[in-house]
Design a protein around this ligand. Structure first.
Ligand code: F6P
Length: 341
């Protein structure tokens, strides 16, 4: 078989490890050949592709980003986008596609499968918010990077008697905020799932300061929102999948804390630092297991499925499950965090 791979949406540590695993087993064990579409669906639509071989996918395990490049191009935005992908595959004699991406990429993959194209998905999101899988690779790396940053913010916040507001990624779900906030000992964690009341946040900080701590750490997910009617958040441009460019909630929180409590406050936005760099050991293993299962699924003739982590096992589930509801933060985690706030 000739099998294509693509990486779509935001990048994350571990994408290259998936590509390496797919090619290593697919070529070395099953005897298939591989190509990679450049820049996600854009390359698939425009026929921009490169050969992927055992040799040119060596040394990728620890490399961040994606050697294929990625984009947020959405084939469903143009009338014949899916048809263009199908035509590219036909012209290039590609028998099946492995699409590595989040809800948007996998949603397109599911539609393509509906047209009879053989497609297997690999779930990817730094935000860890895909419901069909317990974890996605890249997430634990982001949590570790954020935790390291929070540890550093602690010492400077303490030296200066400041409140430091640290913004992390998490558009619809606050998994990175919840995990890194817990791991880093944050005093307040704000997530998109629970609109925050700035008065309550300030009161918690005052209480803490009354109990003798003269500094605090607040971790905010970029998608956190104030309770309706309390504060106004500015919104930015949208991408082809209709997502607003986020960033800014932490400045709002910092300004309000300073104005309402009189505590000196600063902001640190971690943003794309969390998506860059080398994957953690856990993520290298998860990405490798996903890649192996995905290429085995293609080899077995499966289609319209994605690989997923269920407990400690890697399984195959219908793609439709992956693109359904988002997986929001377990409220139990936030209850635990509140004990330490
Ligand atoms: O969807 C994953 C994500 O990392 C979000 O947390 C973030 O809002 C978004 O991507 C950033 O996208 P971009 O890199 O296109 O600015």
């Amino acid at each position: 078989m000739r099998i294509a791979l693509l990486t779509g949406g935001g990048d994350c540590p571990g994408l290259n490890a998936v590509i390496r695993a797919v090619v290593r087993k697919g070529e070395g064990v099953h005897g298939h050949r591989f190509v990679g579409f450049r820049h996600g669906w854009r390359g698939a639509m425009q026929g921009e592709l490169i050969d992927l071989t055992f040799d040119n996918t060596r040394g990728l395990l620890q490399r961040g980003g994606t050697i294929l490049g990625t984009s947020r191009t959405n084939p469903l935005k143009s009338d014949d986008g899916l048809e263009q992908v199908r035509r590219t595959m036909e012209r290039e004699n590609v028998d099946a596609l492995i699409a590595i991406g989040g809800e948007d990429t996998l949603g397109v993959a599911h539609q393509l499968a509906g047209l009879g194209v053989k497609v297997v998905g690999v779930p990817k999101t730094i935000d860890n918010d895909l419901s069909a899988t317990d974890f996605t690779f890249g997430f634990m790396t982001a949590v570790q990077t954020a935790t390291d940053a929070i540890d550093r913010l602690h010492t400077t916040a303490e030296s200066h008697d400041r409140v430091i507001v640290c913004e992390v990624m998490g558009r619809h779900a606050g998994w990175i905020a919840a995990y890194s906030g817990l791991a880093g000992g944050a005093d307040v964690i704000l997530v998109p799932e629970v609109p925050f009341d700035i008065d309550e946040v300030c009161e918690r900080l005052r209480n803490r300061h009354r109990r003798g701590s003269a500094f605090s750490i607040v971790v905010v997910a970029e998608g956190a929102v104030p309770k309706e009617g309390t504060l106004t958040l500015q919104t930015g441009e949208t991408d082809e999948f209709g997502h607003v460019r986020l960033g800014g909630v932490s400045s709002l929180v910092q300004r309000e804390i300073e104005a309402r409590t009189g505590f000196e406050a600063r902001v640190t936005v971690l943003g794309h630092v969390l998506r860059g760099g080398t994957p953690s050991a856990y993520d290298r293993v998860l990405a490798t297991r996903f890649g192996i299962e995905a290429v085995d699924a293609v080899h077995d003739g499966d289609t319209d499925v994605m690989v997923a982590q269920e407990g400690s096992r890697i399984v195959r589930v219908p793609l439709a499950e992956g693109v359904g509801q988002l997986k929001t933060v377990d409220p139990g985690l936030l209850d635990i965090a509140a004990v330490f706030g």
